[in-house]
Design a binder for this molecule. Structure first.
Ligand SMILES: *[C@@H]1O[C@H](CO)[C@@H](O)[C@H](O)[C@H]1NC(C)=O
Ligand SMILES: *[C@@H]1O[C@H](CO)[C@@H](O)[C@H](O)[C@H]1NC(C)=O
Length: 263
């Protein structure tokens, strides 16, 4: 799988995250924890360490948030937010939150590693944003059913969007995605604009499909109680967008046989 996602930076944490394991039936990693305190890590869609201070601020603002303050980062860290990637935060500081000391990350220290105020705001790092409110573009969804749609739907979506929806329902439930409308810029590899679905709580594992064009995808059913949707649009050409509903049902109602429904 190509690793160009915002959350790829967490990929190398996976080993550690796996050690954290499942809790309450969900994969207990920093992607989940980040939501709890409203603090989250973002990198450029070009990859790690590509954002100037100005661009970093724009990334947070775009999603309706702000650069996280040191206090917010520390509050998130105290409930387990651990990311081994340096990012801009409030007032031109650069740093990252460390929960578990590691040789390759945080110099063996625990806490918010702070490189201090950077004089050179053209340096390129990731970013830590703060936004406690749910956003139209992505969010964490725990309701038994919900509508998910591209930002602005039924108006055309904008260029340069990236949204993550993390769905987490009760343990023992499964999630079914029912597509209602679908119209994204079409190209053969879905490289420009796409919706990706993951049978997982992140976009690192459990890839289930990538969709573009105007062909309505078949229903998709999760194997567990979590799912992730990622919507990305590039710098040109937009289209009508998408709308889907997810519903949940008891895993026990579903025979093994039908589980191959998955794409
Ligand atoms: C500031 O950082 C950028 C990117 O690392 C670098 O190209 C530039 O030379 C730096 N400017 C100064 C004055 O150090
Ligand atoms: C799967 O389907 C076949 C026939 O449709 C049935 O005989 C079998 O018992 C089913 N297995 C399970 C695990 O439901």
């Amino acid at each position: 799988m190509n690793c160009f996602s915002l959350l790829c930076s967490l990929g190398f944490l996976l080993k550690e995250a796996q050690a954290w394991g499942f809790k309450n039936g969900i994969f207990h990693n920093s992607i989940w924890l980040e939501q709890a305190a409203g603090v989250y890590h973002r990198e450029s869609r070009k990859g790690r360490y590509q954002l100037t201070f100005k661009e970093a601020k724009a990334v947070c603002k775009y999603e309706g948030g702000k650069l996280a303050t040191h206090e917010q980062l520390e509050a998130a860290r105290q409930i387990g937010f651990h990311v081994c990637a340096a990012g801009w935060f409030d007032r031109g500081h650069v740093g990252y939150p460390i929960v578990k000391p590691g040789a390759n990350c945080g110099f063996g220290k625990i806490g918010v590693v702070d490189y201090g105020v950077r004089r050179n705001k053209s340096e390129r790092w990731d970013v830590y944003c703060y936004n406690p409110d749910s956003k139209e573009c992505g969010g964490t969804l725990t309701d038994p059913q919900r509508i998910i749609q591209s930002p602005g739907f039924p108006e055309e979506y904008q260029d340069e969007q990236i949204c993550y929806w993390h769905i987490r329902v009760r343990l023992g439930q499964r999630i079914q995605l029912l597509f209602q409308e679908f119209d994204l810029e079409e190209d053969s590899g879905c490289l420009a604009d796409y919706l990706e679905v993951y049978d997982s709580y992140d976009d690192v594992s459990g890839f289930a499909g990538r969709y573009c064009g105007d062909y309505l995808p078949d229903d998709i059913i999760s194997t567990g109680n979590v799912m992730t949707l990622k919507f990305l649009s590039d710098a040109s050409v937009t289209a009508g967008g998408f709308r889907l509903q997810y519903v949940t049902f008891d895993a026990s109602l579903f025979s093994q046989n039908q589980s191959h429904y998955f794409h």
